[in-house]
Design a protein. Structure first.
Length: 134
């Protein structure tokens, strides 16, 4: 994008980034392109990984994670302004967009920590189900 996008990170995200640092922390990108470290990983690389995991393009795409997050944030009652800013979406109302430059960072920090906690709880539930079935 042409404008900077501030992304609040959860405690869990920071822990993962610290872990990844030894593998990719010496370059510009955490997830560099497979062809050159001068560019970030492409969406096609993410989509190819999803295909190798068995998902079809109708079931999931890299961009689909954004849609899933938006849907769940909305269902959980987070304010739409914070959700849209988190997804780096511009203001649809041109007049409002000309005046409102709010980033909603305190709310987005809470939202992203709640999101990470939600995903962590899902992971624990899946692990528990798998260990019981063995």
């Amino acid at each position: 994008m042409k404008e900077p996008h501030v992304v609040p990170l959860s405690k869990q995200s920071l822990a993962v980034l610290k872990e990844l640092y030894s593998a990719t922390g010496h370059g510009r990108y955490v997830f560099p392109s497979v062809r050159t470290s001068a560019r970030p990983m492409s969406e096609n690389t993410v989509n190819a990984a999803l295909r190798r995991l068995g998902y079809t393009s109708e079931q999931m795409t890299g961009h689909g994670f954004r849609s899933t997050a938006s849907t769940l944030f909305n269902e959980q009652g987070w304010p739409s302004d914070a959700i849209e800013r988190q997804l780096s979406h511009g203001e649809r109302d041109e007049v409002r967009g000309a005046y409102n430059f709010a980033e909603y960072l305190p709310l987005r920090r809470k939202m992203m920590q709640a999101w990470a906690d939600y995903l962590e709880a899902l992971e624990r539930n899946v692990t528990t189900i798998r260990s019981r079935s063995r």
